[in-house]
Design a protein around this ligand. Structure first.
Ligand SMILES: *Cc1c(COP(=O)(O)O)cnc(C)c1O
Length: 455
């Protein structure tokens, strides 16, 4: 039997000591977030009531390309980092492609996804500032699990609003959060004004990330010594995730290769940006021509079919207005299994980069993602998260193109998490009862029409 996998690791000393802030190097900086009341560009102080102060400064920092990782956070990273960079010989062989396929395996973190990279940083900065309670929303439960554990690590209490459909479909994620000691509430709930309003208008609402965000922000604003945290979309979250790409850059060098294509699945952009930006830096500064592909669900196609416009990050309109690709903050995505990708908008950095053609986007139907994930499990042994299946499907599309054209491209994708708590989804796929959801042009147009009124 031939060896079908090769893995690359870094020593503790080689683990990066700084995160990479691509805003500093971007030719066209992201447009500023706008304060919804004053209509003025946001200052870090405007965000202080909601987020830890250091995170607010990171959010709007367009000057410093490198940000030191606090020693306390880096010490926690060493519990599971470096994560392996894997040469996927098994997948290459199964596809008969001349492409060299690598993946960065973030599923080895204690909570099973990349989300812990930012959860640890956010909990640390809250603790350092004397905060005692943190709150957040979670879709599939990955972010909630990561935050619950990070809160425990730094001695904070965590309250999590979980999107109701996930709370019901994925009870084990709730148990995981509760095991770490967090308080979990299905959203929309009657515990906040935002939740009560939604339940009054739509009594059987299944919830969405936008709804849960509104509830968590409201709790943070109305509770003393409580801050809100977010698992994606915002620039400081993506900043923390660059640890993925910075490690991958060193590991690819160990393999003697450099990627022609970098791929990540896309919810709000943090794991995509995390793996992509350290490589994109070389496109910006040194004229490298690596392609970057964000893989999103066909049922929530903000990058491929949304518009670039100022919009709210949540349903209730509590967040600043963000310049982003969006389907409209009222967009209710279909109940696909990739709960982490069911969000109406994209982060401001990625939105600007897409507008400037620094990256591409690909939308993929749910069934194709499970075809890809199932093949990957058989040949690489890891059962991928439904979100990560989007990145694998995009990788397979590109690897097949390499086969057709005979080109030996180097493809790197991020395996953002494992799917061991998502077996209900695999069950449906295996029994043939998994659905694809079409978003009609009329659906998109209707939501965007409502958006006009906001601006
Ligand atoms: C949350 C999540 C995503 C999507 O979030 P991004 O911020 O776009 O990375 C992707 N994969 C997994 C496993 C997740 O938990």
């Amino acid at each position: 039997m031939s060896i079908k996998q090769k893995r690359y690791f870094l020593t503790e000393e080689e683990i990066p000591t700084q995160w990479y802030n691509i805003q500093a190097d971007m030719k066209n900086k992201p447009l500023p977030p706008i304060h919804p009341a004053t209509k003025q560009p946001l200052k870090p102080e405007d965000l202080f009531p909601v987020f830890a102060e250091e995170l607010c400064r990171q959010e709007l920092d367009q000057e410093n390309a490198w940000i030191d990782i606090p020693e306390e956070v880096r010490d926690m990273y060493k519990y599971y980092r470096s994560t392996p960079l894997v040469r996927a010989y098994g997948l290459e062989e199964a596809l008969g492609t001349p492409a060299h396929i690598y993946f960065k395996n973030e599923s080895v973190s204690p909570v099973g996804s990349h989300k812990l990279n930012s959860a640890l940083a956010q909990a640390y900065y809250c603790k350092k500032q004397g905060v005692t309670n943190i709150t957040t929303e979670t879709g599939a439960g990955q972010w909630g699990a990561a935050l619950s554990y990070a809160a425990k690590v730094f001695g904070l209490e965590a309250a999590v609003y979980q999107v109701k459909i996930s709370y019901e479909q994925k009870p084990y994620r709730r148990s995981i959060m509760q095991t770490y000691g967090a308080q979990v509430t299905p959203s929309p709930s009657m515990s906040t004004k935002a939740g009560r309003k939604i339940l009054t208008e739509t009594p059987n609402s299944q919830g969405s990330l936008g709804t849960a965000i509104s509830e968590a922000i409201e709790l943070a604003m109305s509770t003393p010594n409580c801050k809100y945290t977010l698992g994606s979309v915002l620039s400081h979250v993506t900043l923390h995730q660059t640890i993925i790409g910075l490690e991958a850059e060193k590991q690819m060098a160990m393999a003697g290769e450099y990627p022609d294509i970098v791929i990540g699945c896309f919810g709000g952009g943090s794991n995509f940006g995390g793996v992509a930006f350290p490589f994109m830096r070389h496109n910006i500064l040194e004229g490298k021509i690596t392609r970057f592909i964000a893989a999103e669900p066909a049922s929530c196609p903000k990058l491929t079919r949304g518009v670039f416009q100022y919009d709210f990050g949540d349903v209730a309109g509590y967040t600043p207005l963000l310049p982003m690709y969006t389907l409209g903050h009222n967009f209710m995505p279909a109940n696909i299994h990739a709960g982490g990708l069911r969000y109406h908008g994209a982060g401001v950095i990625v939105s600007q980069l897409l507008k400037d053609n620094m990256m591409e986007a690909m939308d993929i139907p749910q069934s194709e993602t499970f075809d890809a994930g199932t093949l990957f499990a058989k040949v690489e042994g890891i059962i991928p998260a439904p979100e990560s299946c989007h990145a694998i499907a995009a990788t397979i599309r590109e690897a097949r193109k390499c086969k057709e054209t005979g080109k030996e491209k180097v493809i790197l994708f991020n395996l953002s998490g494992h799917g061991l708590i998502d077996m209900t989804a695999y069950d449906q796929y295996l029994s043939g009862s998994l659905h694809d959801y079409e978003v009609t042009d009329a659906d998109v147009a209707r939501n965007l029409a409502e958006l006009e009124k906001v601006i």
